[in-house]
Design a protein around this ligand. Structure first.
Ligand SMILES: Nc1nc2c(c(=O)[nH]1)N[C@H]1C(S)=C(S)[C@@H](COP(=O)(O)OP(=O)(O)OC[C@H]3O[C@@H](n4cnc5c(N)ncnc54)[C@H](O)[C@@H]3O)O[C@H]1N2
Ligand code: MOO
Length: 406
């Protein structure tokens, strides 16, 4: 690692900026089609909620103290209508808009009608008249028109769809997911079947497309690229994707053909090496055609650590949304390293991250049983990079490590 290598945190910001140089276009979709997509523009309420002072119960809108003379029933869905005069009551159902002057709602089961259906309403069994405002929802008490419902960069989910619909929204502007080309290098790597001693079965071709899609990419295609800079440069130059991810061939002084392929095609490397372990040879920049390119190291654990670290900020930069920050985490007992950020696969046990073990850079056992990586920087708060799709990855993360007290 050269001394000039940026920190993990600085490299993430650089990745976001590189993405921002190659923006994808946003599009407008119907709310019902927006689940799982990322907002390109904030969503705001178009109306107060509730839209009018309304009843929270089935019963009677009343004005003043009882007994009350019963007026016409309020139909659900009708506008608030003429003021209710003191001493009057009108039947109403939950959610109905109350007339101005309503002081409270009397629940149906708490009242009784004297003198027939058009007679007088009175409290039942000596119950007191409900306090002013009882069971009334005030216009705008949940939110006012213009309230921010979700910022740009938030992923749409069903509850947010429901809220936006309630607030009068029909369509939302979402980011266009970037199409990604995954180029797998390595002459020793085979695509199918059982690897003979010395050969290596490709772990990335079958795994990275779905991982990238879970991180917000659009179409992802994996293909093989040669362990040779010229042919790799050609593969890079002819892509129709908006983002290129390569695997292998990053280590300088070894078969560093990814660096050479980017440079020979007129591209630039913004980062070639990051102060992190594993994954220090990771690189990213832009091809001669301006397409962002992320070069992952060949060691499998390192490749996953780098993909989860840098693909999200690249995709967020391309989408024109703010960079997301991983959640704080306990350190899982990892001893800080003053010179580099450490990433280790952890399993969440009751929200507490525990090291999985078998987490050598060339290994996959620890990663496959993990819920993500704990990220321990030289200083500052440790973070958790969740593994999309892992069982425990959605658990709340405890900031208290059981291992700290041990
Ligand atoms: N002299 C040095 N050697 C190495 C350094 C270094 O700084 N100086 N860094 C080491 C580190 S750390 C890593 S990580 C790797 C990075 O290597 P490359 O990105 O150049 O990747 P390769 O050499 O092509 O492969 C490394 C390793 O990964 C296996 N591999 C590659 N592709 C796949 C795949 N699709 N599926 C499964 N496994 C794959 C490959 O067989 C190698 O074993 O370099 C270290 N060396
Ligand atoms: O970075 Mo290498 O990624 O330590 O194995």
């Amino acid at each position: 690692m050269s001394d000039a290598a940026p920190s993990w945190r600085a490299a993430r910001r650089l990745a976001w900026r590189v993405g921002g140089l190659a923006p994808t276009t946003a599009r407008i979709v119907e709310l019902a089609d927006a689940d799982g997509l990322m907002l390109a523009r904030a969503v705001r309420a178009l109306v107060d909620l509730p839209t009018a002072d309304a009843s929270a119960m089935d019963g009677w809108a009343v004005a003043g103290g009882g007994p009350w003379a019963i007026g016409a029933t309020i139909r659900i869905g009708s506008a608030p209508g003429a003021p209710l005069r003191p001493g009057r009551a009108r039947a109403i159902t939950t959610g109905g808009a109350v007339p101005p002057g309503t002081t409270a709602i009397v629940r149906q089961e708490h009242a009784t009608i004297l003198d027939g259906p058009r007679g007088l309403l009175a409290m039942r069994d000596g119950r007191p008249v409900p306090e002013r405002g009882a069971d009334l929802r005030r216009r705008g008490e949940e939110l006012g028109a213009g309230t921010l419902l979700a910022e740009a960069g938030r992923r749409v989910h069903p509850a947010l769809i429901a809220l936006a619909a309630a607030a009068g929204v029909d369509t939302v502007e979402v980011t266009a997911a970037a199409d990604v080309d995954v180029v797998v290098t390595g002459d020793e790597v085979i695509d199918r079947g059982v690897p003979q001693p010395g050969r290596v079965r490709d772990a990335f071709g079958p795994a990275l497309p779905s991982l990238l899609r879970r991180l917000g990419a659009g179409d992802v295609r994996a293909r093989r690229g040669a362990d040779e800079a010229d042919r790799l440069a050609e593969a890079i130059a002819t892509t129709s994707a908006q983002l290129i991810v390569t695997t292998g061939g990053t280590a300088a002084g070894r078969s560093d053909h990814v660096q050479r392929a980017v440079r020979s095609g007129g591209g630039e490397l913004v980062v070639a090496g990051v102060a992190m372990r594993p994954g220090h040879p990771v690189l990213f920049g832009r091809t001669g055609a301006g397409v962002p390119i992320l070069g992952l190291p060949g060691n499998p654990l390192a490749a996953f650590a780098c993909l989860l670290s840098f693909a999200p900020p690249l995709l967020e930069g391309m989408a024109g949304v703010p960079m997301s920050e991983p959640a704080p985490s306990a350190d899982a007992g990892v001893t800080r390293d003053a010179r580099r950020t450490l990433l280790r696969p952890v399993r969440l046990v009751d929200g507490v991250p525990e090291l999985t073990g078998r987490d050598g850079s060339a290994m996959l056992m620890g990663l496959a049983g993990s819920d993500g990586f704990v990220v321990v920087p030289p200083d500052g708060v440790p973070l958790l990079l969740p593994m999309p799709g892992a069982d425990g990855a959605a658990q709340p993360v405890s900031l208290v490590a059981s291992s700290l007290s041990a």
